[in-house]
Design a protein around this ligand. Structure first.
Ligand SMILES: [Zn+2]
Length: 186
């Protein structure tokens, strides 16, 4: 998935979807985890893995889990996730019954943590339009700190994308130095 990438940024729309996901990764560890999740989703997906992990688990329904976000962003008071137990990447797979379970967990989160305000957001579809890095769909519950700026980024301008592309090429060098795919997916 990385071998064929040209040295010059070919433009975001010319790149395959996996590369668009990888370009959103801010550091090598995140890049590696995303690469593994894209190459072998059932072995490495962060949301298929450890769904019942005690440190993050809060509550679940038949098809969905409410859990803490292990990597809360600066400028937030609380970040939670509502994640389908199944590896779902296409929002059209969701049904109205999923909507009921999502609302059950959302309401529980608000009541349990006394969330005063914030947002419930799900990125979906082509990463050109959401800048996400995890294909397994999920809802983010975000309670911002309230006294510092916090933005949910969805799209970036071309200069920022070109910069992300160069960062990705840097990750590729390190990835190959460490043995490439045969080591990463061992
Ligand atoms: Zn998954």
């Amino acid at each position: 998935m990385l071998a064929a990438l040209p040295d010059e940024f070919p433009g975001f729309s010319a790149l395959p979807r996996e590369i668009r996901y990888l370009m959103g990764c801010g550091n090598f560890e995140q890049f590696l985890a995303t690469y593994q999740a894209l190459a072998k989703p059932f072995a490495y997906c962060p949301f298929c893995d450890g769904q019942e992990k005690e440190e993050t688990y809060i509550m679940d329904t038949m098809h969905w889990v409410l859990r803490h976000n292990e990597f809360p962003a600066k400028g937030t008071k609380l970040m939670l996730l509502i994640v389908p137990k199944k590896h779902i990447t296409d929002p059209l797979e969701f049904t109205t019954y999923d909507g009921q379970e999502i609302m059950t967990l959302f309401r529980h989160a608000i009541n349990h943590f006394k969330i005063a305000g914030g947002a419930l957001v799900m990125r979906f579809g082509d990463p050109q339009f959401h800048s996400g890095t995890v294909p397994h769909l999920h809802w983010n519950i975000i309670w911002p700190a309230g006294n510092v700026e916090y933005r949910v980024a969805l799209a970036k301008d071309d200069d920022a994308r070109e910069e992300n592309y160069r960062r990705l090429l840097g990750f590729r060098v390190r990835f190959n130095d460490q043995g490439g795919e045969s080591v990463a997916l061992a």
